[in-house]
Design a protein around this ligand. Structure first.
Ligand code: AMP
Ligand code: GLY
Length: 427
């Protein structure tokens, strides 16, 4: 088989790494990819160049295309490939509205009684400001459209909420994505990421994960794309997973069928474990980054079968092989990220002696002569595997300490919430 993966980050490197191990794969392309993806042939096409990507897939006999980021999905790349008779893994544009329009997702959850935070939507500034009072804060104010993960503001006071409303509706800090905003009740609890592969009707749930969104230890500092993840997340016990499956996953897939908008591909459900039970924070229509980097190394060789069967429309015969390992992914970021940072720092230690339980995925790197340099906010993902979470954490940090570049930053507490949960629930 010939495969094309679309995207360039650590998530896509984990897809490339996994699929390159499958003997059925002849040619593996990644567009545009990054120079750390030694397992793939890089194709110089941007993720949003759907016409170029389609032409490439047709002329290179691509048997399956896998889309990493949300933007091409929301713009309809799956519809375009399917119209040309090509197999592609992901949802249609109409189904990708689950991420592309937070209002669409919320209305669906409300209509089908899927547990989530209460909300109101506003396009009118005066009406939104009018709604804010001592009774409605703390709250979460969100741009409905795609805002590259930045359009969510947690507001603890009336002043903060008023500022957020004006920033979005008047000053358009998130552009058109903020023409319509949601004001949500603030949910409290730990978050977990549940990724489900589906053909629309049947589903396979991947090992659970937990992300670390803030830049600094102890969940301090600015929000980022994700500074690390571990899988599985002990807080998602088998019982909890069954509750999430029956109250959230199955109702969501059924709702999409009811709406004549069946969802195919991977559905990422961000969950808040509240004292009232698990509730949906958001849907994403793609693999999480860095969740994918932690989860994918735990999946067996059936991974390609799952993706292929989802693209073909029937995954009912596929099950995940037993997995007893844990993984921890540490993100190494550029100094200054998620604010301003400089590229071009020489990365040392990548050719070091790593144990066989370490996998390194490149995210924001470039190559200068024969050396890797930094080329992005999130630079590298160091993934450690182990029989237990604690072992995987130790493995990954031991590897992290071998790598260096000027300004390198990482969190020291990836996985600690998971260890805490295990300690507190020892019977
Ligand atoms: P989103 O882009 O919708 O995932 O939001 C980004 C982050 O904001 C989430 O991962 C949560 O940490 C937080 N968040 C979003 N909505 C809520 C909510 N209603 N209550 C509490 N936290 C939220
Ligand atoms: N890690 C969060 C995301 O991929 O959106």
């Amino acid at each position: 088989m010939n495969l094309l993966i679309i995207g360039s980050g650590g998530r896509e490197h984990s897809l490339v790494w996994k699929l390159s191990q499958d003997e059925r794969v002849n040619n593996l392309f990644c567009a545009p990819g990054n120079p750390g993806m030694r397992e793939a042939d890089l194709v110089d096409l941007a993720v949003n160049d759907s016409a170029g990507l389609l032409e490439f897939a047709l002329s290179n006999d691509i048997d399956l295309t896998i889309v990493g980021p949300e933007l091409p999905l929301v713009k309809g790349i799956v519809d375009e490939f399917r119209a040309s008779g090509l197999l592609i893994f992901g949802p249609t544009a109409k189904a990708a509205a689950l991420e592309g329009s937070k209002l669409f997702a919320k209305e669906m959850m409300q209509k089908y009684s899927i547990p989530t935070a209460k909300y109101k939507s506003f396009e009118n500034t005066a009406e939104a400001l009018d709604y804010i009072s001592d009774k409605t804060v703390p709250c979460v104010i969100k741009a409905s459209g795609l805002a590259a993960g930045k359009g969510v503001l947690i507001c603890n006071s009336v002043e903060e909420a008023e500022k957020a409303i004006k920033d979005m509706l008047v000053d358009k800090v998130f552009g058109d994505a903020g023409n319509l905003i949601l004001i949500e009740e603030l949910m409290e609890g730990e978050e977990a990421s549940i990724l489900v592969i589906t053909d629309g009707q049947n589903h396979v749930i991947l090992p659970s994960a937990q992300d670390h969104k803030r830049i600094d230890d102890g969940d301090e500092g600015l929000n980022t794309g994700g500074m690390g993840a571990y899988s599985p997340a002990p807080i998602v016990t088998d019982d909890m997973m069954r509750i999430i499956e029956s109250t959230i996953v199955i109702p969501t897939l059924n709702a999409m069928i009811q709406e004549n908008n069946p969802y195919t591909g991977v559905l990422y459900v961000g969950i808040m474990m509240t004292s009232d039970g698990p509730k949906v924070v958001e849907y994403n229509v793609r693999f999480g980054d860095p969740e994918a980097q932690a989860i994918i190394p735990l999946i067996g060789i059936e991974f390609l079968d799952l993706l292929l069967a989802s693209a073909k429309g029937d995954i009912s015969s596929i099950t995940l092989s037993e997995n007893s390992k844990s993984s921890t992914c540490i993100v190494l970021s550029s100094g200054g990220y998620p604010g301003k940072y400089e590229n071009g720092m020489l990365i040392t230690g990548l050719e070091g002696n790593f144990s066989s339980d370490i996998v390194i995925f490149h995210a924001g790197t470039d190559k200068k002569e024969s050396e890797y340099i930094t080329n992005g906010g999130r630079v590298l993902n160091i993934v450690g595997l182990g029989d237990r979470l604690e072992v995987s954490i130790k493995e990954s940090y031991a590897a992290v300490r071998k790598i260096d570049f000027k300004g390198m930053h990482y969190r020291n507490d990836i996985g600690q919430k998971g260890l805490m949960y295990i300690r507190n629930n020892l019977t």
